[in-house]
Write a protein of this length. Structure first.
Length: 254
């Protein structure tokens, strides 16, 4: 069953075509990779999917609904969450507070109830805190809940950003270069972690990543962009041996 359909999506900036009539489907429950050289249009496509950048044309259909021109909070409320290539945590807040901020979409009390301490508000606050603690345990940060985000090692900051995305209870998780800046051991651990989260939470995962071995070992299918165009789509083995991919991207890695 298709959970996400990218249909003939284009995006241009001042005459420069960043994404050029790209189409592909993501099946529910799969781990789908999006790769390509720098400037290929990968992050622009992610930004379109999450409402940060409007497309010039085409549709992003999530669970049967076109979300391409919705606001980011509307898309998040429908079950799409993302991380960013450049970590966007609240550095002065601790890990728990960072995750609690993301829980607001699932807190069903208003500001007045919280200010006067009504029982329903206190109960919602406890539930949100318990859920946030559970998520932090899942990502391996259960012992660092009161550490400020800025004080965490780089790999833990990446995990915290994923935890914050998971706090939105998504059905589709978009990861923008989650292994950026990690050493080989950290990348291996991250791959295992993504696979475990995908399995435990029954998530569909769509990720951008430059580290080709991670993508090839983790993803069920891969789409390859080059200069905004889709040049290959298929299983890792097929993509890895595609001549256009080798010329555009994998050959550079070798």
């Amino acid at each position: 069953m298709t959970i996400l359909a990218v249909q003939n999506v284009s995006c241009s900036f001042g005459g420069l075509m960043a994404v050029d009539a790209v189409s592909f489907d993501v099946a529910e429950g799969e781990i789908f990779g999006l790769i390509g050289p720098n400037g290929a249009g990968k992050t622009t496509l992610f930004n379109i999917m999450t409402g940060l950048t409007p497309p010039s044309g085409g549709q992003i259909v999530f669970e049967g609904e076109d979300i391409a021109r919705m606001a980011p909070h509307q898309i998040a409320a429908r079950g799409v969450a993302r991380t960013f290539q450049n970590i966007r945590l609240f550095g002065k807040l601790d890990a728990l507070e960072n995750v609690l901020i993301a829980r607001h979409l699932h807190t069903r009390t208003n500001v007045f109830a919280g200010m006067v301490g009504l029982p329903g508000a206190r109960r919602a606050e406890r539930e949100a805190r318990d859920k946030a603690m559970s998520i932090l345990d899942r990502v391996g940060l259960g012992q660092r809940v009161h550490a400020t985000a800025a004080s965490l090692p780089y790999g833990d900051q990446r995990r915290l950003e994923i935890a914050r995305a998971l706090a939105l209870e998504p059905r589709l998780l978009l990861l923008d270069e989650p292994a950026a800046g990690m050493n080989p051991n950290e990348k291996h651990a991250l791959s295992d972690f993504i696979r475990q989260v995908h399995q435990d939470l029954n998530l569909t995962v769509l990720l951008i990543e430059h580290h080709v071995p991670l993508v090839m070992g983790l993803c069920d299918r891969i789409a390859v962009l080059n200069f905004g165009e889709l040049i290959a789509l298929g299983a890792p083995e097929a993509v890895q041996n595609d001549r256009l991919v080798i010329e555009a991207y994998l050959g550079e890695e070798k």
